[in-house]
Design a protein around this ligand. Structure first.
Ligand code: FMN
Length: 172
């Protein structure tokens, strides 16, 4: 499973999903957006997964650092990455993987973590609608009050696994 981490305030807790996924039997590799990289403890994540974190494209002659994914979780998914993903923009490695994984049919769950002011922008609802139409599973976290420090205690990292489970059993 790839866990794609974006630059939201709670990203530093991604180890919680990595642990839950590993307990469920997944081999986990982390892909961070370039901004997201600054929000996580990279050495701790790499020690936990056993893989280097991917954030930039490899050189054409370099080997692939991670095997291809059977599933992808995107927690936290930022306003920025959600809108760019829905629009088909591929200017980070994370977005490149997400955009292409749709065509490859990889089961994917996104857990947005945005505030209500971001969510009020008309592009946001359109982007979520398009991602849903693409078959992307969307988490249930409700946008928090702007400038209120977020609602980390309401954010259920493990929801990514719950959302993906039926999709994976349908594939066999
Ligand atoms: C401390 C801090 C917390 C942030 N939290 C969020 C957040 O919770 N949700 C969000 O959508 N953006 C948040 N942002 C803004 C994103 O980091 C910014 O839009 C960035 O460009 C996202 O890049 P990415 O989507 O490539 O990861 C935060 C920024 C900072 C500095």
């Amino acid at each position: 499973m790839y866990v794609v981490v974006c630059a939201a305030g709670i990203a530093g807790d991604v180890g919680r999903l990595i642990s839950a996924a590993q307990e469920a039997g997944w081999d986990v590799g982390v892909v961070a957006t370039p901004q997201g990289l600054g929000f996580i403890d990279a050495p701790a994540v790499e020690a936990q997964t056993g893989y280097p974190i991917r954030s930039a494209w490899r050189a054409p002659t370099d080997p692939r650092p991670l095997p291809p994914p059977d599933a992808i979780a995107v927690p936290p998914a930022t306003f920025n990455t959600i809108n760019k993903w829905a629009a088909g923009i591929s200017d980070t490695l994370a977005l490149g993987i997400l955009c292409e994984s749709y065509g490859l049919g990889v089961p994917t769950a996104a857990l947005p973590y945005v505030n209500a002011a971001q969510a009020a922008h008309p592009a946001y609802a359109e982007s979520l609608g398009r991602l849903r139409d693409m078959g992307i599973l969307i988490g249930s976290y409700e946008p928090h009050r702007p400038k209120a420090g977020g609602g980390a205690d309401q954010f259920r990292w493990e929801e990514a696994l719950d959302l993906l489970a039926p999709r994976l059993s349908a594939r066999g």
